[in-house]
Each structure stands twice: as structure tokens, then as C-alpha cells.
Design a protein. Structure first.
Length: 349
């Protein structure tokens, strides 16, 4: 089996020749910048890339961006101007970071919610399968491109637009506005799922970035489960395998996760970052597949101890070789040049 064929077997619930091992392609950059990745890809490490198979257009909206310096860092302010008002957010890029980090979130007031709801309701969503196919060509022969559907409505508001600290208060003080935005997002999410179901790719990535302490079991049951139960069957009917990016604590909602029609938990991380071992996860979700993010601290271990951790994970989660893959999804280990070959060797590559 090639590494890609191993992933196909893993997604299908079959036993691959070797347990797959991947890394987010964003961590690797280009081979021109760092050719040291090529031997690792040739050996069996698979770089993964998320790509929506839809695109969207905001009609009647003006986007304005400008930058300024603050405490030695560049801050970017982005403003969206609409017929019903405007909203803005600021972000900064810490040195060495791969992504911008929010400084001021989009949603702070009831008026912000009304403007954002207008934006969501006036969003035109349409298929864009060409972008997916182009990325497949660009990242060949090693890259694995995964159709992505973004976050479900509640997670979209919390993670991308309000931020956890503010959103905690919004749920109480701005409940009507939150629910109106949630319903508008849910309607768009249905369209995204339908487009994705008709498009290319076997595995569908739902980029939740979920951790249970940001929601708890009551809100999980109210806001996430209905979306999963309505939308994931549409993808299943099209032959898709659906995974959710759950990279934090999960134990307080483990029974609800068991009830969700999710096929796979991606970026599942053991303690101390998460709060469930692979053995506990397998006991809680015997039928689900795990795409386990290897704790970055494990790469600081001597190679034989790192390999022992990999073997332990296999014994706990996939004693028959099914339902488990490993990945690097949360942070690139500083000593990846030594650690990644050790993991590959442990998995038989």
C-alpha cells in the first residue's frame, strides 16, 4: 500500500498495511525553502491540506484594511462596510507564527451581531471544485487534500467572531442576537454540506477546534448535536467519511460525542493538552476512528522512548491495526528532523 492507500483503508475502517502518519502541510512550507522534507515524504509521511470545495461572495460589501504599529508589532485592522452598518476586527502576527492572532474580535455589541447576520444572510455560496483539483495537482505526489466545510454555526461564532471571553457574556446578554446569527449560519452550513457532498474527496474535515470547557454538555447537546445529526447523514449518503477537529478536553461531553454521527475525531490529543488517553477514548468511542495528534513534548523524549509511546498508542487504540492514524497538527516539534524519522520507524516505514 502507498501512504495514500493506507489513508483510504483507514477511513474505510479497514486495516492498512501500516498505520498512517501525517503532518499539516502548512508546517512544512515549500520544498524549495526546506528540501529536508522530501526524504520524509518519500519514506511515508503525508502532508495534509484543507481545501473548501465551495466559494462565497459578499455583494454590496466594501472591505477596507490598514495596518499600524503597536508595541513593536504590526496590527492589521479590517473593516466590513455594509448597507446596514459596519464591523471591524484587528489582529497581529507574532514573530515566527504561521497565522494571525485576534486582537479585537468582530462581535462585541448587539449592533455588531445585526451587521454580521446581514452579512451571513447575503452571502452567495456556490461550488468551487476547481480550487480543490488545482491544489491536488500542486501538492502531488505526496500531498493529501481534504475537502473542508469549516466550523459549525456555534463554533464559528465562538472561535472566529466573538472569542471565548466575550461570547460567554453574549450568550446571556445578547441571546436573541446570538440565536438569530446561529440560525442564519445553520442555513448556510446546509448549503455548504450539500455542495461538499456532491464534490470530490473521500474524507470531509469539519474544522471545529473544539474543546469541551468552552461549551459544556448542555450547549453541546443544544447547538452542535442538531447540526451533526441533520447534516452529516447528507455526507454519508454521498459516501463521505466525516471527521471533526477536536483538539482539546473532551471527557465532559464524551457521551454526547458517542451519540453524534461523527466518524472520526481528528487532532485528538492526549494529556496534558487533552484530558483523555487513547485507551479512554477507545473505551468511550469503540466505533470511531482517531487521528491522534502526537503531543509535541513527546518529541523531546529519546527516540526509543518516543517509539515506545507510539507503540503504546497503537496497543490502546488499534490493537487490530484499525481505526488509528497519527499526525502533527498543533505545533511543529523543534527537533522534527530526529523525531519524525523515529515515529516513521516505529510504524514500520
Amino acid at each position: 500500500m502507498t501512504p495514500h492507500e493506507s489513508f483510504e483503508a483507514y477511513w474505510a475502517g479497514e486495516r492498512p498495511e501500516r498505520i498512517p502518519f501525517s503532518i499539516y502541510g502548512a508546517f512544512c512550507g515549500s520544498l524549495e525553502e526546506n528540501p529536508a522534507w522530501a526524504p520524509l515524504f518519500e519514506r511515508g509521511l503525508v502532508p495534509t491540506y484543507w481545501m473548501p470545495t465551495f466559494s462565497s461572495t459578499r455583494n454590496g460589501v466594501e472591505k477596507v484594511s490598514d495596518s499600524y504599529e503597536e508595541n513593536g508589532q504590526t496590527v492589521r485592522r479590517t473593516t466590513l462596510k455594509t448597507p446596514v452598518g459596519e464591523i471591524y476586527a484587528t489582529s497581529y502576527l507574532p514573530p515566527g507564527s504561521l497565522m494571525a492572532w485576534p486582537k479585537k474580535h468582530w462581535l462585541s455589541t448587539a449592533e455588531d451581531y445585526r451587521v454580521r447576520t446581514w452579512l451571513v444572510k447575503n452571502l452567495e455560496i456556490r461550488p468551487n471544485y476547481g480550487a480543490y483539483h488545482r491544489l491536488v495537482e500542486q501538492t502531488a505526489p505526496w500531498g493529501l487534500v481534504l475537502p473542508a466545510i469549516g466550523r459549525t454555526p456555534f463554533q464559528r461564532i465562538l472561535v472566529d467572531w466573538a472569542g471565548l471571553e466575550q461570547f460567554t457574556f453574549h450568550l446571556i446578554e445578547l441571546e436573541e442576537e446570538v440565536l438569530e446569527l446561529y440560525e442564519a449560519l445553520f442555513e448556510n452550513f446546509r448549503k455548504i454540506v450539500e455542495i461538499t457532498a456532491e464534490g470530490p474527496g473521500r474524507y470531509v474535515a469539519c474544522q471545529e477546534n473544539f474543546t469541551a470547557e468552552s461549551m459544556g454538555p448542555v450547549r453541546y447537546e443544544r447547538f452542535l448535536l442538531p447540526v451533526y445529526k441533520e447534516c452529516i447523514p447528507t455526507l454519508h449518503q454521498a459516501g463521505k467519511v466525516v471527521g471533526t477537529h477536536y483538539d482539546g478536553n473532551l471527557s465532559s461531553v464524551k457521551h454526547h460525542i458517542a451519540d453524534a454521527p461523527i466518524d472520526l475525531i481528528e487532532s485528538l490529543t492526549e494529556p496534558p493538552e487533552g484530558d483523555m488517553t487513547l485507551a479512554e477514548s477507545r473505551a468511550a468511542w469503540p466505533e470511531k476512528r482517531f487521528w491522534n495528534n502526537i503531543n509535541v513534548a513527546k518529541f523531546d523524549l529519546p527516540p526509543d522512548q518516543l517509539q515506545a509511546e507510539i507503540h503504546r498508542g497503537v496497543a490502546e487504540a488499534a490493537p487490530d491495526g484499525r481505526g488509528l492514524a497519527f499526525e502533527i497538527s498543533e505545533d511543529l516539534p523543534k527537533n522534527w528532523r530526529q523525531g519524525i524519522p523515529a515515529v516513521l520507524e516505529a510504524l514500520g516505514y
